[in-house]
Design a protein around this ligand. Structure first.
Ligand SMILES: N=c1c2ncn([C@@H]3O[C@H](COP(=O)(O)OP(=O)(O)OP(=O)(O)O)[C@@H](O)[C@H]3O)c2ncn1[C@@H]1O[C@H](COP(=O)(O)O)[C@@H](O)[C@H]1O
Length: 87
């Protein structure tokens, strides 16, 4: 199990070290437009899961949305502190 901050640290590290086979590195290379579409897709899956699926499925979909939001943060050079200041 990992927290929001731990996942963000892992993704930021992958962006720097660019390990072979990392889906995150490939996603970062695909660019903001592709990441934006992925976020929309995952947000839709969260909505559908909330309407029709189990708590477990909804939790998984939300985790995937959080992941893609974090990839966008890394791509744009944002840190969790940039987000927390608005919470
Ligand atoms: N938490 C995640 C995570 N959540 C979602 N995803 C990606 O988002 C996709 C969402 O799945 P979907 O079922 O919605 O989509 P899909 O149709 O199966 O996949 P696509 O064809 O759309 O890519 C997954 O297939 C993963 O590619 C994630 N990819 C990576 N992580 C974590 O990120 C870290 C770095 O991962 P790598 O960069 O791959 O090493 C590791 O800790 C991983 O566990």
């Amino acid at each position: 199990m990992k927290t929001f901050d731990e996942l963000f640290s892992e993704l930021a590290d992958k962006a720097q070290t660019r390990p072979e086979g990392s889906g995150t590195v490939a996603a970062l290379d695909a660019g903001v437009h592709t990441l934006g579409k992925k976020i929309i897709e995952e947000a839709g899956e969260v909505w559908l899961a909330a309407e029709h699926e189990s708590d477990e499925s909804l939790s998984e979909e939300i985790s995937q949305l959080v992941y893609w939001l974090q990839v966008m943060m890394v791509k744009r050079g944002l840190t969790p502190a940039d987000i927390y200041r608005y919470l």
